[in-house]
Structures are given as structure tokens and as C-alpha cells.
Design a protein around this ligand. Structure first.
Ligand code: ADP
Length: 459
């Protein structure tokens, strides 16, 4: 085994405000947990510093215990420690109640709350004498770490630490993102195509020399149809047809849909402009016209949009109750059953930095139907049009996609997908098997992050 040089372990600290499954709002929460686990599996030391929200899902925290406290910002900050998905997490609980608002986002002044948390996190490292190699911060919400570190903490004995900043979504808090881009040693975003799409944005453009696209992965232990307590029978690509059939029946049963052999289109999404709401609605009607079933799991932070979908749900449940079900809440267990029980997962986003739902869909043998943007473009290769582009990635085509942001676009992809299901079931099943066998894990992206962390240390 000569020639294999063992890398010395690096110490990486994430400072973040979302983390699956204890406080997940969207993909950022998945990424913090699953990237950390992948890097830890490569034998590096990873810690997460996280707010001790009052709304944490504590049932997923093991061995939670109080460690100590320190004073900062005119208050006492209590430090708790616990394990989440085998990751070591420090929970900070400022006694001024700044993270006791019953929610992650949308309560009082988020920028002020998270700014306070970022500052408290650096103070925790400083007072504890911790000197990580890398501090990794995420989006606008922990962007202040970048400049607070470079303006202050770097000079308080944390001089060997480097800052890596990841943009998960440039839509929110671009001013903070611009500033963190300027201060960070290295910056990333979550796919190559999104990196190109935002390269001209004034928040990013001045710092392209340190900006890289690294695709997100999914955690194969958390998303595993062979070991998933929410599914009726475990399955792999070997028994995908049987496994998905059982899941489809369980899904139909649970949602009160007619138990019949019809194509099921699933949608699992935050309901916001980004996700292509008008295309989602159109696709629901188109699927019903083509005699399919449709299941939507989603919730809208904007009450007007939520209300709009409640009305649509009432209408559909009365006119097409046996074939359409809209579940307008956040429901992790149900999401697993939909990923497994659907034939197709539709993701018609207007923009999508990476997108995790299409990757999870494939892990469960569901075929993605997506709009060609950002990470969706990088991960879904159309069976009719993208053979060469897939081959360049060492892959075979794995789904259906479309351009444009109008109903004609989504129809083009959805019609071909449904026809494939109706007209060639054997071929369709071989496609399900194929997508399950593609590797959308963190295996490769985690190595790319390690390379980036090493490059940051030399910076
Ligand atoms: P974004 O971060 O923009 O919301 P991603 O595709 O990156 O989009 O991540 C979305 C994540 O949230 C996926 O893991 C998806 O399964 C999950 N998700 C979205 N909406 C719901 C919901 N209503 N119930 C359960 N899980 C959801």
C-alpha cells in the first residue's frame, strides 16, 4: 500500500442557522448536515455551531447536555452540546431570548438575531481557545461571520483559521452575500450552472477568482429506500418495481386516492415564485387531463399563496378527489412515501441553485421532470436530447426536461414522460432502475470541498 499518504485531519466548524432534521426549512438544512457527515466520514473533525432555538426538534438530538456559559453582548450565553446524526453540535442559547421566537425565519428582525448569533459563535470559539482550520458559513444568515472574523477575531489569536462561504440562494440578502464574498478566503455555490448564472451579479462578479461551483449531494443513509421506516417494503434497484408498487399503493391508501395502476406525478416543494408556481398548477391540470394521479406536498411562507393553494385543493378534491391530493403542510415522513410511491417528481423551478428533490427522487427510482436551470440542468439529462451531455459526465440519460417558463414548456416534458409510462412500461422500469444506480451522493462533492479547504489554507 505504499504511496498512499494519509491526510492529516482538518478541523472544520460550520456556523449555520438551519440543520436537518432538527431545524430544517429547505435545502440549506440538508446540506449543512450531509456535507458535514461526508467530510467527517473522510476522517476530519467537524463541528457545528447552532442556535438553541426553542423550536428545535430535540427528539433528534442525542445526549444533549449543558456545558458552560460565557458572557457576551450584555447577556449570558449558555452552551449546550449534543449529537445530531452523529455530528457534534454546540448549541448557543443567549439568555436575552434572541433565538426563542418559535421559528427559524420570519420572527422579529432576522438579520439582527442572526447577526447576534454569528458574533456569539465567534466569541465562543475565541473564549474556548478553539482554532479551527476552516470556518464555513452559509448564505446571508451566517454571512456576518466572514467580516466579523476578518475585522476582529482573526487578530485575537485565530490567525490560522480561514473562511469559506457558500451561497445556497442568492435571492435572499444579496447585500450580506456581497460583503461575505468580499471577505471570505474561498466561496462556493451549489452547482456549476448556477455559478455561471450568477457570475454577472454585482454581489458575485468582483470575486470570481475565489468562487467555485460544487454540486450538492444527498446523504445515502438518510435517504435510503432499503432502510426507510416510512416505506412499506425495503427496496434497491434490484426490486425497484415491486418496492415502488407497494409504496404507490401505500401512498394512494394514505391520501385516499383511487388504488389503480395510473402514473403518479409528485411535487415536493416550498411554494414560492422560485419554484414555478404557475407551472406547478398547469402540470397538475395536464396530469389530470392525461388520466394520471397527482400528489403535491408543499407549503407557502406567503399566506396569499398558501390561501390560493388551499382554494385549489378544495376545488380539486371535489372534482378529482380520486386522482389529486394537495397536502399543504411540511411533512417529512410523507415526503419519503411520495419520493418512493411516485413515478415522476416534477421540479419546474424558475431558478434552482442546486435542487435536492430531483436527486432524492432518483435515489428512490422516481424519474425527474425538470426545468433546465441551475443544478437541475447539471443533474437531469433528457432521455431524448441529452445523451451526449450525459455521456460527458459518464452517465446515461435519466429524466425529462424543458426550456422556457410557460405552459408549453412544461407540457413538452410532462407529455413525453407520461407517454413513456403508458406506452413502454418495460422501458420505463429500466429507466427507474438506472436512475437508482446513479451516484448523487456526497462522495465526489466532499472531496471537492476538501480540495477547496486545503486551497483556502494556502491562501
Ligand atoms: P429549497 O432549499 O429551495 O427549498 P431544495 O430542493 O434544495 O429546495 O430542498 C428542499 C428540501 O426540502 C428537500 O429535502 C425536500 O424534500 C424538502 N421539502 C420541501 N417541501 C417540503 C414539505 N412540504 N414537506 C417535507 N419536505 C419538504
Amino acid at each position: 500500500l505504499g504511496g498512499i499518504v494519509k491526510e492529516p485531519p482538518m478541523h472544520i466548524v460550520h456556523i449555520a442557522v438551519e440543520m436537518a432534521p432538527i431545524a430544517k426549512v429547505g435545502g440549506l438544512g440538508d446540506v449543512v448536515t450531509s456535507l458535514s457527515r461526508a467530510v467527517q466520514d473522510l476522517n476530519h473533525n467537524v463541528n457545528i455551531i447552532f442556535p438553541k432555538y426553542d423550536c428545535l426538534n430535540l427528539s433528534h438530538v442525542k445526549d444533549l447536555h449543558y456545558q458552560r456559559s460565557y458572557s457576551w453582548g450584555g447577556t449570558e450565553v449558555k452552551v449546550w452540546f449534543g449529537k445530531v446524526e452523529s455530528l457534534s453540535v454546540y448549541f448557543l442559547e443567549p439568555q436575552n431570548g434572541i433565538v426563542w421566537k418559535g421559528c427559524v425565519y420570519g420572527c422579529n428582525n432576522d438579520a439582527e438575531r442572526f447577526g447576534f448569533f454569528c458574533h456569539a459563535a465567534l466569541e465562543f470559539l475565541h473564549q474556548g481557545g478553539l482554532q479551527p482550520d476552516i470556518i464555513h458559513c452559509h448564505d446571508w444568515s451566517s454571512a456576518p461571520v466572514a467580516w466579523l472574523f476578518k475585522d476582529h477575531y482573526m487578530h485575537y489569536g485565530l490567525s490560522k483559521t480561514r473562511i469559506v462561504f457558500t451561497i445556497h440562494n442568492l435571492e435572499f440578502g444579496a447585500n450580506y452575500i456581497a460583503k461575505a464574498m468580499q471577505y471570505a478566503d474561498k466561496a462556493t455555490t451549489v452547482s456549476h450552472t448556477y455559478a455561471k448564472e450568477v457570475a454577472g451579479n454585482p454581489a458575485v462578479a468582483p470575486n470570481l477568482h475565489k468562487f467555485h461551483g460544487i454540486l450538492n449531494g444527498i446523504d445515502l443513509d438518510i435517504w435510503d429506500p432499503y432502510n426507510d421506516k416510512f416505506l412499506p417494503i425495503p427496496y434497491t434497484s434490484e426490486n425497484v418495481v415491486e418496492g415502488k408498487q407497494a409504496a404507490k399503493e401505500a401512498l394512494q391508501q394514505r391520501l385516499g386516492l383511487k388504488k389503480s395502476d395510473l402514473p403518479v406525478v409528485g411535487i415536493i416543494s416550498r411554494l414560492t415564485h422560485q419554484k414555478g408556481i404557475h407551472l406547478i398548477k398547469h402540470a397538475i391540470w395536464r396530469t389530470l387531463e392525461r388520466n394520471g394521479q397527482v400528489v403535491l406536498l408543499g407549503s407557502a411562507p406567503d399566506p396569499r399563496i398558501q390561501n390560493d393553494f388551499v382554494n385549489l385543493a378544495n376545488q380539486l378534491h371535489s372534482t378529482h378527489g380520486d386522482r389529486a391530493r394537495l397536502v399543504l403542510t411540511y411533512d417529512e415522513p410523507l415526503s419519503h412515501l411520495i419520493y418512493a410511491g411516485a413515478d415522476f417528481i416534477l421540479v419546474p423551478s424558475i431558478f434552482e441553485p442546486c435542487g435536492l428533490t430531483q436527486l432524492t427522487a432518483m435515489r428512490y427510482g422516481s424519474i425527474p421532470v425538470v426545468r433546465k436551470t441551475g443544478g437541475l440542468y447539471d443533474t437531469v439529462f433528457d432521455v431524448d436530447h441529452d445523451k451526449a451531455r450525459a455521456e460527458a459526465q459518464g452517465l446515461e440519460p435519466n429524466g425529462f426536461n424543458f426550456d422556457g417558463a410557460d405552459s408549453g414548456g412544461v407540457d413538452y416534458a410532462l407529455n413525453r414522460a407520461l407517454s413513456a409510462w403508458y406506452d413502454g412500461r418495460d422501458w420505463f422500469h429500466s429507466l427507474c432502475k438506472r436512475v437508482m444506480e446513479q451516484d448523487w451522493s456526497w462522495n465526489r462533492p466532499a472531496l471537492e470541498y476538501m480540495e477547496l479547504y486545503h486551497a483556502a489554507k494556502k491562501y
